[in-house]
Design a protein around this ligand. Sequence first.
Ligand code: CO
Length: 213
Amino acid sequence: MEKIFENNKKWVERKLSEDKDYFNKLAMGQKPRYLYIGCSDSRIPINEVTGTGPGEIFVHRNIANMVVHTDMNLLSVLQYAVEVLKVKDIIVCGHYGCGGVAAAASNKQFGLMDNWLRNIKDVIRLHEQELLSIKDEEQRQRRLVELNIIEQVLNLSKTSIIQNAMQTDNPPRLYGLVYDLKEGLLRDLNVMEQKDCMKRYEHIYNLEQDETN
Ligand code: CO
C-alpha cells in the first residue's frame, strides 16, 4: 500500500506542475461523453487504452462486462449516465482471453459466481450452432467473447432506460467493442449496424410508455 500512496503524491505533484487548477476544475463537476461497461480484468486500463483522462468516461465494470437486467448497480449507473449525465456514447467492451467467459464455457463450479456466469451460458445456448461449427478451441472462445459483447449491447437496448432515451432528440449510441490483450487494440463489432438482430425481437422487447403518465 505504501507504493500506492507514494505514487499518488508524485502524480498530484506532476498534475499540479502541469496545471495548478487541475483538481479544482475536476472538482467542479463531470460531463463525461462516454459510459463504459467493461470487464473487471486488471489488464484493461480504459483511460490509458483510449487516451482519455479523468472526467471523460463514466465507468461500470463487472466480471465479463455483463448487462444483467436485475443488476441494480448497473441499472443505477445506466440511468444516471443516460438521464442525468446525458452521455452520448455507451460502450460495452469485452476482451479476448476473458476468464469469466472461459469459466462460463466450462462445466466446473466456481462458487457464488456460477450464478453470474449463468448469464453467459444463456449466450452459449442462443448461439450454440454457430459456436459448435467452430472447430478450433481458441477461435471458438474468441467468437464467444464477441457474441457475449453483442448480447450485452442487445440487453442494453432491452432496458426501458435505453428505450426511453431512444425517443429523445439526442439518443445515445450503443457500441460493442472487443479488446485484444495481445495487441492492445480495440475493435468495433458494429453491433448497431447489425439491424437484424436488433429488429428481429423488437415485438417482444419493446416497452412503450403509458401516454397517460
Ligand atoms: Co474479462
